[in-house]
Design a protein around this ligand. Structure first.
Ligand SMILES: Cc1cc2nc3c(=O)[nH]c(=O)nc-3n(C[C@H](O)[C@H](O)[C@H](O)COP(=O)(O)OP(=O)(O)OC[C@H]3O[C@@H](n4cnc5c(N)ncnc54)[C@H](O)[C@@H]3O)c2cc1C
Length: 482
């Protein structure tokens, strides 16, 4: 961290506001340069906003509107996933999507999807219902036809955000969490400093990647006026019993308004059903409701009759950062050293590497010192061995005997993995943050059985009593008063 300037301010070439997938990807890209960079996040951990509750599809771009910035950034990102995820120790598989038509009207929609795919340069093939079932036997026998998009993939989007932030931190980016931006110091038409709850940072350039708060951050900086609002999505998460049998992402036929409900196998073998897409006016609203979840389940069951509601282990909601237009990525028209990476509503995971490249070049165009690449920068994280699915568990015991101490039985998370997560440059400061890094308490029991052990181990690393460990933000503890 740079020393302060004698007035309590530290000095950065670029301050990135917001530690979601977009801000973390930008910090990661900038970390390969010699620029001094800070990533400032309001929450106690990175990836606590929209990036925490998405479907984890890395789309190849077949369903993006052709000619848009979104389509451009998604299609540029798509070929990079194998290499990117290997370098960020992030689970990823290119399994492909089946967009399934169950009615004659939906069948006509498939034609539109095919045309879009062609215009976006994405591979796709039109299949009959029985050809679709040959690829994915779980698809309903009533399916009439489908479009197969083979280059879509599934990614552990929580680990992706952590991976971006961790590699950025190892390359010298200061990741400041629990540091909401409260204002800016101005010098003429430019930002001179960023005020946060953890002090002031001198900033030559600022990137606004504050998700749903991006309009407010722009207003605080004296920048362009734009409105952001939440577009909510609700989900059911089903456990591995069925998820492990899926070979493909199975979805309906996208319409102008929504991509529709999917059955998405996750990289850890569970199954997501969802999401809905409903505009709302309450950014903090993450409640689910039974009518919506009934509709999600019915739509998923129409595509895959084998889904069962009693396999649900979690119900949750998340909010997309919506704006008009979407993908407001570019320089501010009023503040010379402010770049927006905002309004990245529905495909922010899928476009993140190319969005980071674009912001890097926008900063360079604006005169930020981000062009010199740092030859000493680390290009990849060393993969952390994990017990779950490991071909030779005996060998792990020789690496570290704590691999023998399974703390979370559902996800087979060991004390060794928890210790490694706690030793990260961007360490977990809550049970939720530990779950994002290790999957501890994220499986079938959702912590019912393992929370005591998990919180005990985390308490050793955080120097707190187990009952003082926050579940998420610092004020939300396990609830036992001292
Ligand atoms: C239901 C749903 C399903 C989705 N499915 C997919 C999918 O399958 N594939 C895909 O590619 N994308 C998907 N998305 C979209 C994707 O999740 C978003 O595009 C992406 O997460 C947006 O990232 P972000 O960094 O812009 O926003 P966020 O993740 O919200 O990050 C913004 C960050 O800014 C911080 N912040 C806010 N105010 C301040 C402040 N004052 N100071 C400091 N920090 C601040 C917030 O705390 C937050 O961490 C989905 C989204 C949702 C909600």
């Amino acid at each position: 961290m740079p020393p302060d300037d004698g007035h309590g301010r530290r000095d950065y070439d670029v301050v990135v506001v917001g530690g979601g997938v977009v801000g973390c990807a930008i910090a990661w890209r900038l970390s390969f340069t010699t620029a001094r960079v800070a990533l400032v996040e309001a929450a106690h951990d990175v990836g606590e906003g929209a990036s925490k509750g998405n479907t984890g599809i890395a789309t190849s771009g077949a369903d993006c509107a052709p000619g848009t910035l979104e389509a451009d950034l998604v299609t540029r990102s798509s070929p990079r996933w194998e290499e990117l995820c290997a370098s960020l120790d992030t689970p990823w598989r290119r399994i492909g999507t089946l967009a399934v038509a169950m009615s004659a009207q939906e069948e006509r929609g498939l034609q539109h999807l095919r045309e879009q795919a062609v215009r976006n340069g994405c591979r796709s093939e039109l299949l009959s219902g029985s050809e679709a079932r040959a690829l994915e036997p779980l698809v309903s026998p009533r399916a009439l036809a489908a479009v197969h998009i083979p280059d879509d993939g599934i990614v552990d989007s929580l680990r992706l955000v952590i991976g971006y932030a961790e590699l950025a931190a190892r390359n010298g980016v200061d990741v400041l969490t629990g540091a909401p931006v409260t204002g800016f110091d101005r010098d003429g038409g430019r930002i001179a400093g960023v005020r946060t709850a953890r002090g002031r940072l001198a900033a030559r350039f600022v990137v606004n990647a504050a998700g749903i708060e991006a309009g407010r951050i722009s207003a605080l900086a004296g920048g362009d006026e734009f409105e952001m609002w939440p577009r909510q999505g609700q989900y059911l998460l089903l456990d591995r019993e069925l998820g492990g049998r899926f070979a493909k992402i199975v979805g309906g036929v996208p319409t102008e308004l929504t991509r529709g409900i999917y059955c998405v196998p996750t990289t850890n073998g569970s199954l997501l059903l969802g999401p809905t897409a409903v505009d709302s006016s309450y950014p903090g609203e993450k409640a689910v409701d039974s009518d919506t979840l009934d509709a999600v389940f019915a739509a998923a069951q129409r595509l895959v009759p084998a889904v069962r509601r009693d396999q649900a282990i979690k119900l949750f909601a998340a909010n997309r950062p919506a704006s008009d237009p979407v993908y407001r990525v570019g320089p501010d028209s009023r503040v010379g050293n402010l770049v927006h990476a905002a309004g990245i509503r529905s495909t922010g995971v899928s476009s993140s590497p190319a969005t980071a490249d674009l912001v890097h070049s926008l900063l360079a165009d604006a005169g930020a010192p981000v062009e010199a690449e740092d030859a000493s920068a680390q290009t990849a994280l060393a993969p952390l061995p994990r017990l779950l699915g490991h071909p030779d568990p005996e060998r792990l015991l020789h690496l570290d005997p704590r691999y023998g101490q399974v703390v979370c039985a559902c996800e087979q998370v060991t004390a060794a993995e928890i210790a490694a997560a706690c030793a990260m440059r961007v360490p977990p400061r809550s049970l939720d943050a530990l779950r994002k890094r290790t999957r501890a308490a994220g499986g079938r029991c959702q912590g019912t059985v393992c929370l005591a052990g998990v919180s005990f181990l985390l308490s050793l690393h955080m120097g707190m009593q187990p009952w003082e460990i926050p579940v998420g933000e610092p004020e939300a503890t396990l609830g036992v008063a001292s």
